[in-house]
Ligand binder design. Structure first.
Ligand code: AMP
Ligand code: MG
Length: 418
């Protein structure tokens, strides 16, 4: 089985994985803890926004008809009846010949139908009993109308949206002190490989640091999940199986890295030959990362990514993030692609679609996809700069600069990175 593997496409692999999970339960969190969580229910405007007619600037609320003849040389003089600060309610209606000194955000007084900004009056810094208005105002000018931004009961946020800064502002505006969100998926991260040393431990010859575990943890956070870094599997298969069984009880699913290939010590490959592991797939038509494997073991899904850092990153983006999306009830589990112009030749042929790390840059309103030439499966130094995966279709020639390619934007907190 190690050397004879059936291949599934990335799309088939994602479909097989998605069959294994369902959206998680709903829980309530305080607004202050809602950043990065995923809304479980739509949010509706609790009232009109703005909730009352208000002034969008500092000036004088007037009756526009009174200002019809006003110019800088022939200003119109109005009686100032009161000053209204933001948060106050005007006490007097504005009658003909009158004005109300009004601050940004303050409620409009009855009778007034325009606001003259201070800069269009004489001596704006002085609180006088009279004001000289230098400009003719149109009815409705400089008023933020009740409900002009959104009317009561309109849907303002959809279920499945990952809460970012803008959504927090909206939730706060409508008084959502608590928010209904999906439970955060707990994803166990398991490393394999006796060469691995944790970042706080000294290196010795032949060893490398475990960079995949924190990388995958970061990607899971980005997608709204809660990573649980569980440790390294021992090389001994029976002990490894016991550990996996133990860990699987603590999480929604497990991600392992490394040990999926055909090497003598590839632990996951050895483990999944055991019939206790229900195999979903063990070869995916993608480069890098074709030996990516998925199994169900004791009722828990295990997504076994390749150990090479780049392949591991791509596997997580293409296969693990859709699982998180479904658990979180996001509307699209399947990642979006966009079209871009390939900015440099990439002529390496490949029998499978190649997911080439790269960067999208916008030049004169056109998306250009720059391949990362440091893209080999084992390389990680430029990973932090990448904001997309460029899909090079399978076949014998690669793609030339100037050709159109599909590009898969990387996401953070549910948003594209460019
Ligand atoms: P494997 O898939 O186990 O054959 O690993 C492929 C390559 O990735 C090897 O060079 C490993 O040393 C490296 N590798 C495996 N796991 C990790 C990890 N957690 N962090 C960094 N490199 C890794
Ligand atoms: Mg290994």
């Amino acid at each position: 089985m190690r050397f004879h593997r059936e291949t599934v496409s990335v799309e088939e692999a994602v479909a097989k994985l998605l069959e294994q999970v369902a959206p998680l339960a709903i829980e309530e969190v305080p607004l202050a803890e809602a950043y990065g969580r995923v809304l479980a229910e739509p949010v509706y405007a609790a009232y009109d926004l703005p909730p009352f007619d208000r002034s969008p600037l500092d000036g004088y609320a007037v009756r526009s008809a009174d200002t019809a003849s006003a110019t800088p040389d022939t200003p119109v003089t109005l009686e100032v009846i009161e000053t209204v600060a933001a948060g106050e309610v005007p006490r007097h209606p504005v009658a003909s010949g009158q004005a109300c000194r009004i601050m940004t955000g303050a409620m409009m007084p009855d009778g007034a139908d325009a606001v003259v900004m201070f800069e269009q009056t004489e001596n704006p810094g002085q609180k006088l009993n009279q004001v000289n208005v230098k400009r003719a105002m149109k009815p409705g000018e400089n008023i933020a109308r009740q409900g002009e931004e959104v009317a009561k009961d309109n849907c303002v946020l959809q279920a499945g949206e990952q809460i970012g800064a803008g959504a927090l502002a909206l939730l706060a505006t409508f008084g959502a002190a608590c928010v209904q969100v999906r439970r955060r998926p707990r994803i166990g991260i398991v490393s394999t490989g006796s060469e691995l040393v944790e970042p706080d431990q000294p290196l010795s010859p032949g060893k490398i640091r475990n960079s995949n575990a924190p990388m995958i943890a970061g990607m899971i956070c980005d997608a709204g999940g809660a990573p649980v870094v569980l440790g390294c599997l021992p090389d001994e298969p029976e002990t490894a199986k016991r550990k996996l069984a133990d860990w699987s009880k603590q999480v929604d699913f497990l991600v392992t890295t490394g040990g999926v290939s055909v090497g003598d010590f590839d632990l996951i490959t050895t483990l999944v030959e055991d019939p206790q592991f229900n195999l979903l797939f063990h070869r995916v038509a993608m480069r890098p990362g074709s030996p990516t494997t998925a199994v169900v073991y004791q009722g828990t899904l295990i997504c076994a990514l390749s150990g090479n850092p780049s392949a591991c990153f791509i596997g997580c983006e293409l296969l693990v993030k859709p699982l998180l999306a479904k658990l979180l009830g996001k509307p699209n589990s399947i990642p979006t692609t966009v079209e871009a112009i390939l900015a440099k030749d990439y002529l390496k042929p490949c029998p499978y679609p190649r997911y080439l790390r790269g960067s999208i840059e916008v030049e004169q309103a056109v998306l250009y996809a720059y391949p990362d030439m440091n893209d080999k499966a084992g390389r990680l130094v430029t990973l932090h700069q990448n904001n997309c995966l460029i899909i090079i279709p399978p076949g014998g020639r690669g793609r030339r600069a100037g050709e159109r390619v599909r590009v898969f934007p990387l996401t953070k907190n549910g948003q594209f990175c460019f």
